[in-house]
Design a protein around this ligand. Structure first.
Ligand code: ADE
Length: 237
């Protein structure tokens, strides 16, 4: 499943530039029975299977041994992807991008033995209030959002500082050539070359768009007086 992420786009470029390394580990390789069993029936009964603790503990311990030669870095996040985790955000991506190593554990089937949560993982993350059939897509979402924040990953020209959510607001509208397409024109200010005016227009557009689409985000962002007045005007309109 991970080949798509690892062989294209920004992630691959970051690997090629040696900004990031990725190791995929299959917990089946850390089983000791001939069927390579990773799950079992839940104690107490009920539908579905539960991922056994031993292959998960042993694979994480093997990774730590390989990376740190057992000198465990105890600040390294060991993250279980689960719908029960804290909700992933740009803020969390930024926080994770500052760590030199991350371990992402993908749950599967109906559940994971609770001892993994209690005694192995340091964090549990959900990518949204819906249930995926496994944690792999969630792990790729987290990895992609984190890797693009590593300095140099986006290339020298691009920067994540204006991204939606980095400022706490949604991003402003973007245009490229041609200046008129099917009669639809690019806002005059963007063609003006006046950088101060452009920055102001973009900020106002971000605020307007955020108020229309995600008003709850405005509560967490900070504004100058003029921007506050704009928000009040927009709310009254
Ligand atoms: N595994 C299944 N659903 C998930 C979700 N929404 N977030 C993270 N991991 C998951």
């Amino acid at each position: 499943m991970f080949q798509g992420l690892l062989t294209g786009g920004i992630f691959k470029r970051a690997i090629d530039r040696k900004l990031v390394e990725s190791n995929i580990c299959n917990i089946r390789d850390y089983t000791h029975d001939k069927h390579h069993t990773v799950d079992d029936y839940p104690y107490g009964g009920g539908a579905g299977m539960v991922l056994k603790p031993d292959p998960i503990f042993e694979s994480v311990e093997a990774i730590i041994a390989a990376i740190f030669h057992n000198q465990g870095d105890n600040s390294m996040p060991i993250i279980l992807l689960t719908p029960q985790g804290r909700l992933f955000s740009q803020q969390i991506a930024l926080e994770l991008s500052k760590h030199s190593h991350l371990i992402l554990i993908c749950g599967h089937y109906e559940g994971v033995d609770e001892r993994v949560r209690e005694h192995l993982v340091t964090d549990e993350i959900s990518i949204g209030d819906y249930v995926l059939s496994g944690g792999e897509l969630a792990a790729m979402v987290v990895a992609d959002a984190v890797v693009r924040l590593i300095p140099g990953a986006l290339g020298s020209e691009a920067s994540p500082i204006d991204d939606s959510h980095t400022t706490g607001l949604l991003e402003y509208p973007q245009y490229t050539r041609p200046p008129a397409y099917r009669g639809w024109t690019v806002p005059e200010v963007l063609l003006s070359g006046n950088h101060a005016q452009i920055a102001k227009w973009r900020r106002q557009q971000s605020i307007t768009r955020t108020l229309q689409r995600r008003p709850e985000l405005l509560d967490k962002a900070s504004f100058n007086l003029e921007e506050r007045q704009l928000i009040d005007r927009l709310k009254q309109a």
